[in-house]
Design a protein around this ligand. Structure first.
Ligand SMILES: O=C(O)CCC(=O)C(=O)O
Ligand SMILES: [Mn+2]
Length: 209
């Protein structure tokens, strides 16, 4: 196990709920993961249907994970793709360090600063009451913002290449988060959010922001 707690200096951004490990993966490994995933993942454009209009999500995505669970959102239903070897090895490492288990991951590709994710919480019932979500960032630095759901000002932090952001406990029930557009960013960023989806019959409803 290459992870060293003291080298990594986790930052507690919200007490017991939002923890950032700025250098979780060293530069060599982060570069390799970024290049591997950019080439090997089946990056897809999905659409949101709103009042009969098809609106492209402002980023490319890929669902990956345990076979069998189908995901439905915005009029789409599909099976998650099987594990890519890089995605799987990152999963194993995260599970070991965080002492938990993940069975799916949402991969997002933000092609430049015009791609983004709007305010939301990952609070779908399939994730359970206080889900632990491990979010790995590779590529361009981007700002992550969060704010209390029921009033209060927003905060932000930069998510660097090779960082790990852990969202847990009351983070999804009490806060919203977003990845705002960033005018001057011209490079790609890949984000992986590892999750544990509770099996619920043969289909799993999922809502995308
Ligand atoms: O790209 C990010 O850092 C945020 C991703 C996110 O919030 C999500 O996939 O639910
Ligand atoms: Mn999220």
């Amino acid at each position: 196990m290459m992870f060293d707690f003291f080298e990594n200096n986790p930052l507690e951004l919200e007490k017991n709920a939002l923890i950032l490990y700025p250098n979780f993966f060293d530069k060599t490994r982060s570069d390799k993961y970024f290049i591997d995933l950019l080439g090997s993942v089946d990056w897809q454009q999905h659409y949101l249907t709103l009042y009969g209009q098809k609106i492209p999500f402002p980023r490319l995505m890929c669902w990956m994970g345990q076979q069998g669970a189908s995901y439905s959102f915005s009029g789409n239903t599909f099976q998650p793709l099987g594990w890519d070897s890089t995605v799987l090895s990152i999963k194993k490492e995260l599970e070991e360090v965080l002492n938990t288990e993940f069975n799916s991951v949402l991969l997002n590709l933000y092609r430049n600063g015009q791609d983004s994710m709007s305010w939301h919480a990952d609070d779908e019932p399939e994730l359970g009451a206080e889900p632990i979500i491990a979010s790995v960032s590779l590529g361009a630095d981007r700002t992550f913002a969060w704010k209390p759901k029921y009033g209060g000002s927003s905060k932000k932090v930069t998510l660097p290449h090779g960082s790990l952001l852990v969202m847990k406990a009351h983070f999804q029930s009490q806060f919203l988060h977003a990845l705002p557009k960033a005018k001057h960013v011209t490079h790609h960023r890949i984000n992986l959010t590892y999750r544990f989806i509770r099996p619920k019959g043969s289909t799993t409803a999922f809502f995308i922001k």
